[in-house]
Design a protein around this ligand. Structure first.
Ligand code: G6P
Ligand code: MG
Length: 216
């Protein structure tokens, strides 16, 4: 992938470990509702999945009115907001800031492609919002991952054709979105998690630009 001109990063679980906070917030809600939810299920079914779809997975065929569904999404979001309000700049993945600076020094663009409506809030808490050329978040598109929309939108924001973009994701739904968008896909996590990733690294910790660009 030597001629990449932009790198589009998912946020939760890639640049910071907020996927843990999403899990804890869902877990609290599930406990209150008396619905079982395990960490393994979260990993396999909720990682990278939008707010409503996550709740639909958790409640499955239990019956709730639309009003109750709205209230539960809001309750989970309140728990999540409480958790992220404690976050600070030290919660950026180790080496993450350096990587973003390196991308700019190499004359490339960087953007965030996150399904989260709390994306800007998290970037502000981490104090990395200014390190990106563009942001695509939960307010940018209608169709969530695995639809390619958020990555295509992010490519547009940084004015880069999709074929010149690398997408970085910790969720298989996100890798699907990147591949469907026609981009090179870097998976972050265990190899078995991803079906179509072009390359996989176990974590973003201390990943440098050369690690991303090198052929496998
Ligand atoms: C990301 C996270 C998911 C989360 C989704 C929506 O994709 O990985 O865990 O459900 O964003 O986030 P939000 O903050 O809008 O509820
Ligand atoms: Mg993620």
């Amino acid at each position: 992938m030597p001629k990449a001109k932009a790198i589009l990063f998912d946020l939760d679980g890639v640049l910071t470990d907020t996927s843990e906070y999403h899990y804890r917030a869902w877990k609290q809600l599930a406990d209150e509702e008396g619905i079982p939810l395990t960490r393994e299920e979260n990993d396999a079914h909720l990682r990278g999945v939008g707010r409503r779809d996550s709740l639909m997975y958790i409640i499955r065929d239990r019956h709730y009115s639309e009003e109750q569904i709205q209230e539960m999404m809001e309750r989970k979001n309140n728990y999540y907001n409480q958790l992220i309000s404690q976050m600070g700049p030290d919660e950026v993945v180790a080496g993450g800031r350096e990587l973003l600076q390196e991308i700019h020094q190499a004359g490339m663009k960087s953007a965030v492609a996150s399904a989260s409506k709390n994306c800007r809030l998290v970037l502000e808490r981490l104090q990395i919002i200014d390190l990106f050329d563009g942001i695509a978040d939960g307010y940018s598109v209608i169709n969530g991952k695995p639809a390619p929309d958020i990555f295509v939108f992010a490519a547009g924001v940084v004015q880069t054709p999709v074929v010149d973009c690398i997408g970085v994701e910790d969720a298989d739904a996100g890798i699907e979105a990147i591949k469907t968008a026609g981009m090179y896909a870097l998976g972050v996590g265990p190899k078995e998690r991803f079906k179509r990733a072009d390359k996989v690294v176990p974590t973003m910790e201390n990943i440098r630009l050369k690690d991303i660009l090198a052929d496998e």
